[in-house]
Design a protein around this ligand. Structure first.
Ligand SMILES: *[C@@H]1O[C@H](CO)[C@@H](O)[C@H](O)[C@H]1NC(C)=O
Ligand SMILES: *[C@@H]1O[C@H](CO)[C@@H](O)[C@H](O)[C@H]1NC(C)=O
Ligand SMILES: *[C@@H]1O[C@H](CO)[C@@H](O)[C@H](O)[C@H]1NC(C)=O
Ligand SMILES: *[C@@H]1O[C@H](CO)[C@@H](O)[C@H](O)[C@H]1NC(C)=O
Ligand SMILES: *[C@@H]1O[C@H](CO)[C@@H](O)[C@H](O)[C@H]1NC(C)=O
Ligand SMILES: *[C@@H]1O[C@H](CO)[C@@H](O)[C@H](O)[C@H]1NC(C)=O
Ligand SMILES: *[C@@H]1O[C@H](CO)[C@@H](O)[C@H](O)[C@H]1NC(C)=O
Ligand SMILES: *[C@@H]1O[C@H](CO)[C@@H](O)[C@H](O)[C@H]1NC(C)=O
Length: 497
């Protein structure tokens, strides 16, 4: 009965579905040589980002995360748009929660996600000094459930398999081959169970003892155990400084031969406030763009460590701090189109015999999750997918640095294509993942009816009904998780278009 009523609702909107054409879709990005490139246009993608974990990454607990609450993420997306970013990094999520609305809204705003698969909860990360004590099947099951929860969103740019695991002599001796074991297991899981091979990388503490060695170790070897990208957490540029004074010339030189994308996964030293973010001009200049693919500022929200761009009050209102204004002007001045790109050499598929200052052991521990990698997770996991979205206004107030209330509605730059279940799942094991014609998708405008935003979708939706080959059965199967109410929201949005 429930199924039937969903089908009826779907039938009611099918006619208008064919009139809706995505003006622009949120395409995936993939790794090509030393750049992330748009899967469709091939254009290089330079990251202008912020690190995003309100509440602080070490305070994370199960039950809520930055992408599970539409109310808070909608508020923050409004601010991301004002900041002018195209990517966020989130350090910890609870894979059992529903992230569909926040991820769809981020996609509609043109914002991609870099996600760490670990969390500070016991059993959800490796112990860097004794990784063999924590590299277990339940740990890997957690990692795979994060993959399942996020691989279905086109705006998932990549997964970090680890963050700053190598940070002193003990961890440099103990961790490197375990980092690679996790990378290998993630890649093997995706190649068996996920259609899209989401890039897998590592985020490194910028310790000069390990900078070159660890980066070279992680990019090398057989493809299924090599990282696809590398993030450097760099805090060398403090206060008023220069490209050479901050050692950025050395940083660029150290990665000048790197064969995969490298970017600053954290930057923004706060030792001599106010932060000037002068490094942004260098990062997005020819001095760096041939080697680095941009970066992310640490961090969005004001926490005890005092790196915030935005202060969030107990009532949920958000106020820009002065760093926000400075960074937004620097990001606005930095163009990402037309930056110089350089060809990379082929990735080294064999290891060097010796890596300075880190373990040179290139034998990886055997996986402890071969059954899960072969069979997939059982039915208790959550698989994310885009949904229809409608509430684009933040329920929380947003204030500028002088305390003036600002318009608190996000705008949608992209239409979101709601995929079929079969477009995400290649195991074909879901009961509702029926028969049908391969690969077709139901295209639905994500922009809300009655939105005050001047969204691209409302102005540029042309009337050519193009190749939309959505079949009703596909739409129904993808819509089951949306529920009738959300489906009606789609119907409303579509009939307005
Ligand atoms: C995801 O990206 C691919 C490649 O850019 C594109 O063909 C596809 O239509 C997109 N899917 C969705 C659901 O937006
Ligand atoms: C704001 O609150 C209303 C009423 O509770 C709710 O329907 C709406 O979804 C909320 N908006 C967001 C963006 O969460
Ligand atoms: C590295 O740090 C760990 C704590 O994480 C500590 O137990 C260990 O002694 C340190 N090793 C060295 C060589 O300082
Ligand atoms: C190895 O570490 C030493 C200090 O412990 C440092 O001086 C040296 O530059 C490092 N070597 C490399 C290749 O990173
Ligand atoms: C990069 O490669 C060139 C040419 O092979 C070499 O001279 C240089 O030392 C390399 N740089 C680094 C940082 O490895
Ligand atoms: C680029 O590099 C040159 C030479 O090192 C330096 O003089 C200049 O200030 C740098 N420019 C930027 C924007 O980093
Ligand atoms: C290399 O790592 C593997 C897997 O952890 C281990 O079995 C082996 O003993 C290590 N080899 C050396 C020389 O430490
Ligand atoms: C599914 O997997 C989880 C995590 O490994 C496990 O706790 C649970 O018992 C499994 N359930 C079934 C029905 O196998």
């Amino acid at each position: 009965m429930r199924f039937f009523s969903v089908a009826s609702a779907a039938a009611a909107v099918t006619a208008s579905l064919f009139l809706s054409v995505s003006a622009t879709k949120v395409s995936t990005k993939e790794v090509s040589g030393r750049y992330f490139v748009d899967s469709d246009s091939g254009e290089a993608f330079f990251l202008k980002g912020v690190d995003y974990q309100p509440g602080g990454s070490s305070e994370f607990t199960d039950g809520s995360d930055p992408l599970s609450s539409p109310e808070t993420c909608t508020r923050d997306i409004v601010l991301f748009e004002k900041l002018g970013i195209n990517v966020i990094r989130v350090y910890s999520i609870d894979p059992t929660l529903d992230h569909d609305e926040c991820m769809t809204k981020l996609a509609a705003a043109g914002i991609y996600l870099l996600l760490d698969v670990n969390s500070p909860i016991y059993g959800q990360s490796l112990n860097r000094d004794e990784p063999w004590t924590t590299y277990t099947e339940p740990y890997l099951t957690h990692v795979f459930s994060v993959i399942e929860a996020f691989a279905g969103y086109n705006n998932t740019l990549g997964f970090f398999a680890g963050n700053e695991l190598v940070n002193n002599k003990t961890s440099a001796e103990a961790s490197p081959n375990y980092i690679k074991a996790v990378v290998r297991d993630m890649k093997n899981y995706m190649s068996n169970h996920i259609i899209r091979q989401v890039p897998v990388g590592y985020s490194a503490a910028d310790d000069l003892n390990y900078r070159v060695s660890l980066a070279n170790y992680l990019e090398a070897g057989p493809a299924d155990e090599a990282v696809d990208f590398y993030g450097v957490n760099a805090y060398e540029w403090c206060g008023d400084n220069t490209f050479e004074g901050a050692g950025y010339d050395v940083l660029v030189n150290d990665f000048s031969n790197y064969t995969i994308p490298v970017f600053l996964s954290e930057f923004g030293c706060n030792e001599s406030p106010p932060r000037l973010f002068q490094e942004v001009a260098s990062i997005f200049s020819k001095n760096m763009s041939g080697v680095f693919s941009g970066g992310l500022v640490y961090e969005y929200s004001q926490e005890t460590s005092d790196y915030g761009l935005v202060s969030i009050a107990d009532d949920g209102s958000a106020t820009m701090l002065s760093d926000f204004t400075v960074l937004s002007s620097k990001y606005a001045a930095a163009t990402t189109t037309g930056l110089a790109t350089e060809e990379a050499s082929a990735r080294p598929t064999t290891y060097l015999s010796y890596y300075n200052n880190i373990s040179s052991n290139t034998t990886l521990p055997d996986t402890l999750a071969s059954t899960v990698i072969a069979n997939g997770l059982n039915s208790t996991y959550n698989r994310g997918a885009f949904v229809a979205i409608s509430d684009l206004a933040s329920n929380y107030s947003i204030y500028d640095v002088s305390g003036n209330a600002l318009s608190a509605s996000m705008t949608t730059k992209y239409d979101i294509t709601i995929p079929t279940a079969s477009a995400i799942d290649q195991t074909d094991s879901d009961a509702d993942d029926d028969d049908s014609s391969s690969g077709s998708s139901a295209s639905a405008s994500a922009s809300a009816s009655g939105s005050d935003s001047s969204s691209a979708s409302s102005t540029s939706s042309s009337s050519s009904a193009t190749s939309s080959s959505a079949s009703l059965s596909n739409f129904v199967s993808s819509s089951e998780k949306m529920g009738v109410a959300a489906l009606l929201a789609v119907a409303l949005g579509l009939t307005v278009v």
